[in-house]
Design a protein around this ligand. Sequence first.
Ligand SMILES: Nc1ncnc2c1ncn2[C@@H]1O[C@H](COP(=O)(O)OP(=O)(O)O)[C@@H](O)[C@H]1O
Ligand SMILES: [Mg+2]
Length: 359
Amino acid sequence: MRLESLRIRGLRCLEDVAVPLGPGVTVFAGANGAGKTSILEAAFLLSHARSFRSGAKDALLQRGAAGLSVFAELRHDDGRGQRIGLGRQGVRWEARVDGDVVSLSELVGECAVVCFEPGSHDLIAGGAEERRRYLDWGVFHVEHEFISAWRRYQRALKQRNVLLRASTVPPEALFLPWEAELDAAAGVIDRLRDLYLTALRPHIEKAMAGLLPELGPMELRYRRGWAEDAPLGELLATQRGRDLARGHTTIGSHRADWSIAFEHAPLREHLSRGQEKLTALGCVLAQASLYAERKGEWPIVCLDDLASELDKAHQAAVVGQLGAVGAQVLVTGTEVPEALQAGPTRVFHVEQGHLAPLL
Ligand SMILES: Nc1ncnc2c1ncn2[C@@H]1O[C@H](COP(=O)(O)OP(=O)(O)O)[C@@H](O)[C@H]1O
Ligand SMILES: [Mg+2]
């Protein structure tokens, strides 16, 4: 799929910017703080309903602006076109597809954007939350049962946590229905996450063999968030006392995690910063490649600050690979990366939140 145009209003330094986009590679070049990353953020927002940059969603809204909106014309590989948009007025977010108001998950279900950026190494070196988000975005796109199980789980978790924090300990009978619900929903979530990671494994293996062959074969490990040998419902009952003391639910799908171990770097601490980045890149590309296998079209791939994140050989390899499969690629940099200077590339110059075509 690809974006044919992007219209961004009230997002960080972008007051009102229209971005016409072609297939293949587009580069946004400009000085630090010009607004390049914000353009990628706008595309990513349509596909995740959140930014890839950490921090409050409020920071996205341009200072002093009443609202922000991102609209795009999306073209699928089968020729189908869609107009998609996400906007925020006050505290309310609203998503649209072809003029109709839809839920955020419906919007996110239409549009797939993956992003490799300076914060991506958190996927390897950071906390479990980042890895669960990555995993769940992938599962959501290929397994339709996932979203309803996830919602049921979140609701039950919230209710159980309310009980755990009550000023007087509620009777067991109040806990049991929520614990049964958590058990049922977690069963579905765990099965789908596990299936997804199994399907993802060959894609990660292939990506890593290209990016980090020196680390040898890799292994993908998944932890579901509670002991392997007992049903979650039972464990929640036996651990209720401990959870009451902590004031929250300490086991379950919301504590799941996964990791990658290489034969020549069995622990995450064995990876250099550069290797962490390449591993994260491999994960992002693998996720896009699995999406393409399942959906028949590649997601849009954003590469933020490509030249400062990767050496020239890796820049060329990645862009070459994505070019070969026909993915739309949006790249940013203070200059046009050397690896892209030979290929057919559209370049925009970004300056203080404004855009001018260069080539
Ligand atoms: N909420 C906001 N309102 C207005 N400007 C913002 C807001 N958040 C960030 N900015 C500014 O927008 C610019 C963001 O640039 P960014 O897209 O990160 O630039 P680049 O990637 O080109 O370095 C910075 O100059 C920053 O100070
Ligand atoms: Mg930037």
